[in-house]
Ligand binder design. Sequence first.
Ligand code: FES
Length: 93
Amino acid sequence: MYVCSCFGVTDSQVRAHQEAGACTPRQIASVSKAGTDCGSCVRRIQGLLGRGGCPRRQTESTAEQTAPASAPASMPAAEPASVPSAPSVAEAA
Ligand code: FES
């Protein structure tokens, strides 16, 4: 069954791309162009991909959770830059 009629992409092609590692509509689009013309198929593609089936995304979220721990404990607060005041009308005249 066609999922993307603009580019003739079928549900079995989407599943094949998913098994090859694509797990978001954007990744499906990058390998097949599906969803890049009228966009009406993006929700169907998202439905085929489902939720939570992206191991790479889990890795990224794990990395995000550990990233702040490796950051310096305290960062010096940024000093507000002193902005020279604009000359008043009296000074300009
Ligand atoms: S149906 Fe997929 S981009 Fe139009």
